[in-house]
Design a protein around this ligand. Structure first.
Ligand code: SF4
Ligand code: SF4
Length: 138
């Protein structure tokens, strides 16, 4: 395959293993994320903040269950259409553009990340996905 035809869906294919919904420092949520989740599960933003989130310093994280999984994980993400920006972004994140070695490090915990493409192709695809996400809901 010519590398200039490689797209983001070639360098990453989610295996739905759930590994990224467990531990790893948690998932930060913005006010926009909370409003979207609240609408989706038919609760108020206050109920989502109090019942489904926890504080980490001054920032809100999605609460984790005792088994370490996100409170919204049940074999799959139960809020997939409105999952937080941080979840929607994965694995197309700025730290990969800053240092492509992070892509290779991330691949050790995410089996969907493909590492057999040239680094410049990976950075191009990741940058394109970041731009797309930046143009959607913040
Ligand atoms: S760890 Fe990677 S492959 Fe597994 S569910 Fe998360 S994004 Fe998909
Ligand atoms: S919101 Fe969904 S995708 Fe994000 S960590 Fe929780 S279960 Fe996983």
């Amino acid at each position: 395959m010519p590398f200039n035809n490689v797209t983001s869906s070639d360098i990453f294919k989610c295996m739905q293993c759930g590994e990224c919904c467990k531990g790893y420092g948690g998932t930060y949520v913005s006010d926009a994320d909370i409003r979207a989740i609240a609408d989706y599960i038919n609760k108020s933003p206050e109920v989502v903040r109090a019942g489904y989130c926890q504080l980490s310093g001054k920032k809100l994280l999605i609460r984790q269950k005792e088994d370490g999984f996100c409170i919204f994980f049940d074999k799959l993400c139960t809020i997939h259409p409105v999952k937080p920006r941080m979840c929607r972004a994965w694995p197309y994140i700025k730290s990969v553009v800053a240092d492509v070695n992070n892509w290779h490090i991330m691949s050790s915990m995410c089996p969907g990340i493909q590492t057999h493409f040239p680094d410049d192709v990976i950075v191009r695809c990741v940058s394109e996905e970041i731009d797309k996400l930046d143009n959607k809901r913040k």
